[in-house]
Every structure is written in C-alpha cells, then in structure tokens.
Design a protein around this ligand. Sequence first.
Ligand code: ADP
Ligand code: ZN
Length: 207
Amino acid sequence: MNIVLLGAPGAGKGTQAARLVSEEGLCHISTGDILRAAVKNETELGKKAKEYMDAGELVPDELIIDLMRERIQQPDTEKGVILDGFPRTTTQAVALDGMLNELGRPLDVAILIDVDPEVIVKRLSSRRMCRACGAIGTEADGASCKACGGEMYQRDDDNEKTVRNRLEVYEKSTSPLIDYYRGCELLVSIDGDRDPDEVYADVKAAL
Ligand code: ADP
Ligand code: ZN
C-alpha cells in the first residue's frame, strides 16, 4: 500500500500518519521531518534548506526530489509508504510517479485531509512538537512529551506570520495536486476538522 497524504500545513497529516504506522506497519516518510533533522545536524542539505523553511517557503524541487529518490529506495519502504509533505508541487508529483513506476510499486491512494485555513492558523499557533521523538501535541499538553518525556517546543515556522505564508504557498503550489490526483482517480477527500479518531476512521475506510 502506497499512500500520499495531502492537506494544508497543520491539517493533521502527521497525526494520521503516526497512527497508520503503528496500526498498519507502513513506513512513514515526512520530508519536513527529514529536513528538520538535516538542519539540526547542519548537513549540506540542511544548510541549503533552512532559509526556505524559516520563511515558510518551499525548498527547491531538485533538492527534495533527490532526497526522496534516495529515501524511497531504502529497504524499509518495500511493504508500503505513507508520504507526508511530499509531493508539494506538480513537478514533485510527476517525479514521484516516475520513481514508483521504476520500482514497480504504483500509488494506491491520495488522501486529502481537508481543513479550513482559519482553523489551521489557530491550530498551528498552539502546536508543540517533541524535541526527542517528534511526537505532536498542543500547548495545553504542558512542557514534556506524553510519549517519551522529552521537551516539547514550538517549531520556528509555527508563528502566525510564517503560518499565513505557508498557507498561501499551499494554495498556490500544492493545492493543484488535488486536481492532479482526482484526474488519476486516486483522490479521497476527508473532512479534517473533526476529532482525530473520527478522521482516522475515514482514513482507514479509504485504504
Ligand atoms: P507542514 O506540513 O506543517 O507545513 P512540514 O513539516 O511538512 O510542515 O514542512 C516544513 C517545511 O519544510 C515546509 O514549510 C517547507 O519549507 C519544507 N518542505 C517540506 N516538504 C517539502 C517539499 N516536499 N517540498 C518543498 N519543501 C518542503
Ligand atoms: Zn517525545
């Protein structure tokens, strides 16, 4: 099973992906997580990506496509992948089709988690993330991670100004993928403005 999760930043892709990983044993690939790790470790990729990320802009397609081409060939992807945060442009989507075709593992479904932009701005300004394990929580959860006890922090790009820019970038560059996947008859759209358990029930039904 190869799944693309589509949706605006903060729509809940990471939360749903985490459940799919623990319940379906799929391999989760989040380009955002890979890039944040690269920035933290000050790799060549991280140095190139940081400015774009801090501004809420997209990292250039060539960098992302090279990164994914390498990642998708790792042995842990054989049972299936959940792609979270990739593709984000039509160029990336076309490149992904090429990579999956080469591997003989076509995409099964593109799930859109649909949430109103104003709901997103509120969600992201109270979102927190665990420095140690990457778990996602909210301001209300307090200072330590429920899963591992690590420190919860606010991502640099989760401030209101950057969030608004990320939403604009999403509208302009990423939302055309909704029609792209609809055209391939792979799109399933789910109302993401509900309790995560209800959203997950629909995600499972889409598989
Ligand atoms: P969110 O979905 O909450 O916006 P992500 O963690 O997926 O956040 O991504 C954070 C940032 O990393 C993006 O704003 C962008 O700068 C960069 N990024 C992640 N994935 C991609 C991608 N596929 N193409 C270009 N840039 C990306
Ligand atoms: Zn943690």
